[in-house]
Design a protein around this ligand. Structure first.
Ligand code: GDP
Length: 362
């Protein structure tokens, strides 16, 4: 699962991406991502629950989950017609699971805005229109062929035609595909075409240092728009975050306090991006490590086990689960077991966010 950072030129994408990928500790062998290209970064997803668990089960290390981010070069108006990096840009978006759009909410006369003035809604619209146009092209190039193929009664093709028609209607209204409700089978079809406006999106409002909470009028506009299109918003001051990320751990706390933040906005952004990707975490806890693992919302226990190792999924027998609240109340696994609070779940169990697990497998 990976998210792509997009946005117009000069909105602060590089500044944000560099700040996000500054923390090199995440790029360790802990994560099974294969190669990391220069425009890709691994970003830890900070989770306060790890420290809470480790109060009772003291490990050698804490391992948060991590996200893969891709810095996708600047989009410009007309990209769907091949302007700028155009189609290459859109192809890159096709490959990610979610879009993080940086939009400029900071005023700075020294930083030129490509459209001449700071207007995050217009920035958002430019990108959204390119996504919609690219999707409309996809529908145009596939629908009539699918319709011909469906005439033979091919069930898959009939389903595809229905989905493509629904997409066409939505796109004709200039509305993104992510706003429609899709069932599981429809989602598979959508994914097979790589529709861009169907991808979940999170707006990163790059705010002024004077508006870190994002209460100013520009961010409010972004929030209103995001609510309408089913997206989230995170205010971040990329410039400040880049400065914070460069500091030593010791100096970081002081800088945060001076800025009135309780944690870097990047931590909030990482968690929101994780949520936008449809991921949640479960934990394993032992003497070696207390660790968070990513699973898609709705995943079953064997699928969750498979995140650790594919053998765990194949040989899954059952899983023992307890909650952080029980751990905090009973202070240890033995005590949880003695109190009858350890749950035993089988193959059909659907994982809940925060489950602390022991998998039993062949
Ligand atoms: P990109 O083209 O979207 O990658 O934008 P950059 O990250 O290169 O940023 C463009 C310019 O805006 C640089 O000079 C940054 O220092 C500046 N910049 C980025 N974020 C902020 C911010 O939050 N506040 C201010 N004042 N300037 C910023």
């Amino acid at each position: 699962m990976e998210a792509g950072i997009v946005g117009l030129p000069n909105v602060g994408k590089s500044t944000l991406f560099n700040a996000l990928t500054q923390s090199k500790q995440a790029q360790s062998a802990n994560y099974p991502f294969c190669t990391i290209d220069p425009n890709e970064g691994i970003v830890p997803v900070p989770d306060g629950r790890l420290a809470r668990i480790s109060k009772y089960i003291v490990p050698k290390k804490l391992v948060p989950t991590a996200l893969k981010l891709v810095d996708i070069a600047g989009i410009v108006k007309g990209a769907s017609e091949g302007e700028g990096l155009g189609n290459k840009f859109l192809t890159h978006i096709r490959e990610v699971d979610a879009i993080l759009q940086v939009c400029r909410c900071f005023e700075d006369p020294d930083v030129i805005h490509v459209s001449g003035k700071v207007d995050p809604l217009s920035d958002i619209e430019i990108v959204e229109i390119e996504l919609l146009l690219a999707d409309a092209q996809t529908v145009d190039s596939t629908l009539s062929k699918a319709e011909r193929a469906a005439k033979s009664g091919d069930k898959d093709m009939i389903a595809r035609v229905a989905v493509l028609k629904k997409c066409k209607e939505q796109l004709a209204k200039d509305e993104p595909l992510r706003k429609l409700e899709w069932d599981k089978d429809e989602k598979k079809i959508i994914a097979s075409y790589g529709f861009l406006s169907a991808k979940p999106i999170l707006y990163v409002a790059n705010v002024d240092e004077t508006d870190l909470k994002g209460e100013g009028p520009l961010v409010q506009k972004v929030r209103e728009f995001a609510a309408k299109v089913g997206a989230g918003v995170v205010p971040v001051c990329a410039k400040l975050e880049a400065e914070i990320a460069e500091l030593d751990e010791a100096d970081r706390a002081g800088m945060l306090e001076a800025s009135g933040l309780t944690e870097p906005a990047l931590a909030v952004l990482a968690r929101e991006a994780y949520r936008t990707l449809g991921l949640q975490s479960y934990f394993t806890a032992g003497e070696q490590e207390v660790r968070a693992w990513p699973v898609p919302v709705g995943a079953t226990a064997p699928q969750a086990a498979g995140v650790i190792h594919s053998d765990f999924e194949k040989g899954f027998i059952r899983v023992e689960i307890y909650s952080l609240e029980d751990l905090e109340q009973y202070k240890g696994e033995k005590e949880i077991r003695a109190a009858g609070k350890l749950r035993v779940e089988g193959k059909a169990y659907v994982m809940k966010d925060g489950d602390i697990c022991h998998f039993l497998f062949n």
